[in-house]
Ligand binder design. Structure first.
Ligand SMILES: [Zn+2]
Length: 277
């Protein structure tokens, strides 16, 4: 699922290719993904307008429009991604296609069609955006420790993935952060030592910043399935859990450690029962 690193990369991708171009046509084969407006009105507002600037809020990409002053908001669900093309080509999972005056195109794709798009005046119009927690890259250690103290009875992985507390971390990066911090994802916050909480804070920053750097470096090589293939996961450094998230996965620290796979809050979680305590 696109989390902070992937959505940051999608934002840079749009910024590099699509700003200031006039939209001449919008096509959609999956209008059900557009949430607050019908396709005809969506097209009417966008055609003739331009993408002015791009920002990220949690896992949401927010594109400000120049003429209408509206915001085009994208959420990528489990399998959403963007593809920019200089000329028209058929794109396998394309759901919404924005065509610009230089004939280039931006496709919003979703393999499982679980993404969402909105066209709004203010972010308050989207409940999930209005209730979004703090961006984990903007925390000080002190703020993080205060927040974690406020959520003592919670499971630690549920805490990391709760978008109303921390915005932008999902299933895969919460597993990675806990793996790097050596914390068992089944633990509740109450049971963690101060040293573990501080280590968690440190690893949250280092995992996300490393992954952002990696994604930004590969910006123009966004694979045709987004960032979800095994090949793509293999680009992470070998001490990372990412490439080992499969049924017979071994711990990156020691190949004699079998990774455990359990469901937490309905999400399949991977961890090393020996290294994570
Ligand atoms: Zn291990």
């Amino acid at each position: 699922m696109p989390e902070i690193p992937e959505v940051t990369a999608f934002g840079a991708y749009v910024k590099n290719h699509c700003l200031k171009k006039v939209i001449t046509l919008v096509q959609s084969t999956a209008p059900q993904l557009i949430k607050n407006i019908n396709l005809a009105a969506f097209k009417q507002i966008l055609v003739g307008d331009q993408f002015e600037s791009v920002s990220r809020l949690g896992k949401y990409l927010v594109i400000d429009l120049k003429k209408s002053k509206k915001k085009l908001v994208m959420h990528f669900g489990l399998t959403g991604f963007l593809t920019y093309l200089h000329n028209h080509e058929n794109v396998r999972y394309s759901c919404v296609n924005f065509i610009f005056n230089d004939h280039s195109e931006l496709h919003y794709n979703s393999v499982r069609k679980f993404g969402k798009l909105w066209l709004i005046d203010s972010i308050d119009e989207i409940k999930e955006l209005k209730n979004l927690g703090t961006d984990p890259l903007k925390f000080s250690e002190k703020q993080f420790l205060a927040l974690i103290a406020d959520n003592k009875p919670k499971n630690i992985k549920v805490f990391l993935m709760d978008q109303t507390i921390i915005a932008g971390i999902g299933n895969e990066y919460s597993d990675e952060i806990l793996f790097q911090a050596g914390i068992d994802p089944r633990r509740t916050i109450n049971d963690l030592s101060v040293a573990q909480k501080k280590r968690l804070f440190k690893m949250m920053g280092s995992v996300l910043n490393y992954a952002i750097k990696l994604r930004m470096h590969n910006l123009d090589k966004i694979p045709s399935g987004g960032f979800f293939s095994q090949v793509d996961k293999d680009t992470f450094k070998t001490s990372y859990l990412q490439a080992h998230r499969h049924s017979d996965g071994k711990c990156p620290h020691n190949k004699n450690h079998e990774l455990a796979r359990i469901k937490i809050n309905g999400r399949t979680s991977y961890f090393c029962p020996i290294d994570q305590r």
